[in-house]
Design a protein around this ligand. Structure first.
Ligand code: FEO
Length: 170
């Protein structure tokens, strides 16, 4: 049995990760409408990764004989004013998710739940990568977003991203 607070936070995180997937699907949708298929591809893969994250929390709870409670997923943010607006929203969201992972870690630490801490280690590292990726995209957009030819090249670069399953296996 997991500590009640740790269990609740882990369960809530399933919803937060599915929301992340939903948000990135909306980002993908935004760029598809702008005919920037590379950006749309990049965020579609991001959405797939978030779905994977959700399923890892789901599976971790089940592996620990805990009951999973699924909740409604919020409508994603829409109506972005610019490409950069989308990218900034992505970074802001990842910083928020990092804070959620840290909160679960802190709750597990408090009750000496070393198993959950070990499970979360992967996510701590992943969040570092997620924030770096979001920052890199913003930096590239600042450099190249203003010029159509450069934006085309950046779009081509993002079109090359391929999905890989998470390295964490439960
Ligand atoms: Fe699942 Fe982007 O954090």
């Amino acid at each position: 049995m997991l500590n009640a607070k740790v269990r609740e936070l882990l369960n809530t995180q399933i919803n937060k990760e599915f929301y992340s997937a939903y948000l990135y699907l909306e980002f993908s949708n935004y760029f598809k409408e702008k005919n920037l298929d590379g950006f749309a591809n990049w965020y579609m893969i991001q959405a797939q990764e978030e779905r994977d994250h959700a399923l890892l929390f789901y599976q971790y709870l089940q592996n620990n004989n805990e009951i999973v409670t699924l909740d409604a997923i919020d409508k994603p943010t829409t109506g972005f004013a610019s490409h950069m607006d989308v990218l900034q929203a992505g970074l802001k969201h990842e910083i928020y998710v990092t804070s959620l992972i840290n909160d679960i870690y802190a709750a597990a630490y408090e009750v000496k739940d070393f198993r959950t801490m070990q499970f979360l280690d992967w996510f701590v590292k992943e969040q570092g990568e997620e924030e770096t990726n979001a920052n890199d995209l913003i930096a590239k957009m600042e450099l190249f977003g203003g010029d159509p030819k450069s934006l085309y090249m950046l779009n081509q670069e993002l079109a090359a991203r391929v999905y890989t399953a998470p390295s964490l296996v439960l």
